[in-house]
Design a protein around this ligand. Structure first.
Ligand SMILES: Cc1ncc(C[n+]2csc(CCOP(=O)(O)OP(=O)(O)O)c2C)c(N)n1
Ligand SMILES: [Mg+2]
Length: 187
């Protein structure tokens, strides 16, 4: 499955959940396919979507919070997996688009072909961690995790072929923050 296909499967499953996006193509794909007020796009700071998502999940325990991450981002902030496991927010679902490269910066190889990130999450203490390889598996796996207690982890293996013509997020960081905060205030 191509990276874009993973987004095409995943995004229609979202309702009003806050979704914190990792930088690069993860933001750009989501923004291009379906921009939402409840999307937080982390522009620039690699590795930090999971920390921000953890903070949101702890502050909003009654809402399911989703982190949409990349393999390179997870590898950069691997300690955050331990932090999430230790804090154990029941409402956090951590989804990783794993293309085994840093595609946003020229497809340099990451380590995720040799380090199974879902096993790292599970052994860190995530309640549930799943790996899917086919797009038909995304919906049942995501719905299972959305309907059970977290923290949970969904690794989606994709081929590295995002379209370089995919647009960039046009909102300013201030706009992204303000509308995301507004969406969090709504019940
Ligand atoms: C601290 C830091 N280092 C490097 C970068 C440059 N950078 C932006 S996105 C990215 C790749 C992210 O890789 P991954 O999470 O696997 O997502 P992909 O691009 O494959 O979708 C890199 C290296 C950055 N923004 N910040
Ligand atoms: Mg990647």
């Amino acid at each position: 499955m191509r990276g874009t296909e993973a987004f095409q499967e995943l995004l229609p499953l979202l309702k009003d959940e806050p979704v914190v996006h990792a930088n690069g193509f993860i933001c750009r794909e989501s923004f291009t396919l379906k921009d939402r007020e409840a999307n937080f796009y982390m522009i620039g700071s690699m590795g930090l979507a999971s920390s921000i998502g953890l903070g949101v999940a702890l502050c909003k325990p009654d809402r399911k919070v989703i982190v949409l991450d990349g393999d390179g981002n997870v590898l950069m902030a691997m300690g955050t997996l331990a932090m999430i496991a230790a804090q154990a927010p029941k409402n956090l679902v951590h989804v990783v688009i794993d293309n085994e490269v840093y595609e946003s910066t020229g497809s340099q190889r990451s380590l995720s072909n040799r380090v199974p990130l879902e096993l790292v999450a599970k052994s860190s203490g995530y309640r549930e961690a799943l790996r899917v390889n086919r797009k038909e598996e995304i919906k049942p796996a995501f719905e299972k995790l959305m309907n059970s207690e977290g923290p949970s982890f969904l690794l989606i293996k994709v081929e590295p072929c995002f379209d370089p013509k995919t647009g960039r997020v046009t909102h300013t960081p201030e706009e992204i923050t303000n509308r995301f905060m507004n969406s969090l205030r709504r019940p």
